[in-house]
Ligand binder design. Structure first.
Ligand code: FAD
Ligand code: EPU
Length: 341
């Protein structure tokens, strides 16, 4: 450790990715303060920025990894109705959400219990239970490795769409150092996503607070998704495919129970990848230690010692079979290191 820059040689990443894939990186760097980034990058200019490792498939070991540990929360502006908050990239996302709710600030409650860090939240515009984080992000501060300078992106310049952003398109360029959020002091709760109202009713809650909504989301998530601490996984392995409306309608005519959702633009519809994979017969499938969750068809799981290559091979076979059966291309959500899709 020197000046808050921690250097570790030959570090296993098994506990640094939620698939639990055991690869060893020659060099792991950790910075307490983003000001140390230029020093860290002098040692490893192309280091993989590693948050919680919950959206990664490690097919090969990265040459170096870089973690940010800054996790401070500060208020930038506030009035009677709103508060603008900045959070360091290294903060655990769920801890940040709960800290905002604890202080009476709402807006992130539907995103409770998503694994990973605050710094990764804009990378794929995390979303769950009817809310995407782009609705609350106002600015992203980042280090631009190509230009060797600090940058500040307004939300409108982040190219946010479903599970996507400009940062995801240039993964080796920007290092997000902090994110700013616009939150409410007077909650406007989002309860329309399937299951939330029912869960609140089960909890005997009639007039929910934002914290109650977070608790309902946490209960649903714990029921639906396998816990990476118990079985390795990266959440949804595939994005829900977005297709032209006539394709969605033709598929719906042939398969009336296919879930079809709005896609944010009139001529497009979002299909359920879980349903397509489930109907292609993959749910619960297992090849050695690489498998598909028996509880949720969209989640690939590591039963113990699967390699990244084995999980990637399984994912490719799933995508091929869905394409052959339904004519729909599905694409991975996690970033794949050491191979291309
Ligand atoms: P990592 O996996 O460490 O990194 C992912 C990518 O982001 C990499 O390319 C990495 O280089 C980059 N990155 C990370 N931090 C930075 C940074 N500071 N600057 C620049 N690049 C960076 N996602 C959802 O959207 N909704 C869900 O409901 C959801 N549920 C999940 C449930 C489970 C059980 C799991 C395991 C995952 C789930 N995910 C979900 C996916 C994952 O939690 C998110 O994508 C999360 O934002 C990843 O954060 P991370 O810190 O773990 O990123
Ligand atoms: N379904 C099946 N089989 C299954 C599971 C689900 O057919 O095994 C069908 C059901 O009909 C269900 C539909 O798929 O109604 C949708 O399932 P779910 O509500 O679980 O949502 P999802 O589309 O699978 C998405 C996100 C999740 C997010 C939830 C809640 C993507 C790729 N995934 O999952 O995000 O938590 O909605 O909003 O958009 C992640 O990105 O890693 C992630 C977990």
């Amino acid at each position: 450790m020197s000046n808050g820059l921690q250097v570790t040689r030959a570090q296993s990443l098994r506990t640094h990715n939620t698939f639990g894939i055991d690869v060893t990186t020659p060099l792991a760097l950790r910075v307490d303060d983003p000001a140390q980034l230029p020093d860290a990058l002098a040692m490893a200019p192309n280091a993989l920025v590693l948050g919680g490792g919950s959206n990664l498939l490690l097919v090969a070991a990265p040459d170096a990894v870089l973690e940010l540990a800054n996790n401070d929360i500060s208020v930038i502006a506030e009035d009677d109705d709103h508060v603008d908050v900045r959070c360091g990239a290294g903060a655990v996302w769920h801890d940040f959400v709960m800290a905002t709710l604890q202080r009476g600030w709402s807006g992130l409650e539907n995103l409770a219990l998503i694994p990973g860090t605050v710094g990764a939240s804009p990378i794929q515009n995390i979303g769950a239970y009817g809310v995407e984080v782009m609705e609350r992000i106002t600015a992203v501060d980042a280090w631009d490795r190509h230009e060797a300078r600090w940058l500040r992106f307004a939300a409108a310049d982040c190219a946010f769409t479903y599970r996507d952003s400009r940062f995801k398109h240039e993964p080796d360029r920007y290092i997000v150092t902090s994110v700013e959020f616009h939150l409410d002091r007077k909650p406007s709760l989002r309860l329309d996503y399937a299951g939330i109202r029912d869960e609140l009713a089960t909890m005997s809650i009639i007039e929910p607070t934002a914290r109650d909504v977070a608790d309902a989301v946490i209960r649903i998530r714990r029921r639906k998704l396998p816990d990476p601490a118990v079985i390795g996984n990266a959440g949804s392995f595939f994005k829900n495919p977005i297709v032209a409306v006539d394709i969605a309608e033709a598929l719906r005519d042939a398969h009336p129970d296919l879930p079809v959702f709005p896609a944010g633009s009139p001529g497009r519809r979002k299909l359920s990848a879980a349903w397509l994979i489930d109907r292609s017969g993959w749910k619960g499938h297992r090849d050695g230690d690489a498998g598909v969750s028996a509880g949720h068809a969209l989640v690939l799981v590591n039963h113990g010692n699967a390699s990244g290559a084995q999980l990637l091979d399984l994912a490719r076979r799933i995508a091929t079979s869905v394409h052959e059966r339904f004519g729909v291309a599905i694409e991975p959500e996690p970033r794949i290191i050491g191979a291309t899709w």
